[in-house]
Design a binder for this molecule. Structure first.
Ligand code: AMP
Length: 112
């Protein structure tokens, strides 16, 4: 099981802020902004590069939920950023697809 599957199964703790049947969101353990959550499918899709056509509906649902999650966390008005990392240069560390939602401060562009 990936670490995120274990969080989904409540085998290890996390601060879960949003949940639907097949995906959920929890606070990143090493936040890079005042608001930093990960939006994660409960079943392990091995990164965006490992996603399949059959995952499209779930990925779409996750993206469609992001404004609602951002509103709930109080960053919709100020603005927020969604990030999906792939590979070493992007700093991907967990092989289970996740969307970072970051906000609560001005985010630099281009990203570091
Ligand atoms: P990435 O580098 O894009 O693969 O993102 C993985 C993210 O997962 C990092 O921002 C980590 O801080 C975060 N992370 C790893 N383990 C946990 C955990 N147990 N609970 C919450 N966030 C975690």
């Amino acid at each position: 099981m990936t670490i995120f599957e274990k969080i989904a199964a409540r085998e290890i703790p996390a601060d879960i802020v949003y949940e639907e049947e097949d995906f959920f969101a929890f606070k990143d353990i090493t936040p890079q902004a005042p608001v930093h959550v990960l939006i994660v499918p409960k079943r392990a899709i091995p990164g965006i590069s490992g996603s399949q056509p059959g995952d499209a509906e779930l990925l779409g649902k996750m993206l469609v939920a992001t404004p609602k999650i951002a509103r709930q966390l109080g960053v919709f008005e100020g603005g927020y950023r969604l990030v999906i990392n792939h590979g070493k240069d992007a700093g991907e560390t967990v092989p289970h697809l996740h969307i970072h939602l970051l906000g609560g401060r001005a985010l630099g562009w281009p990203p570091g």
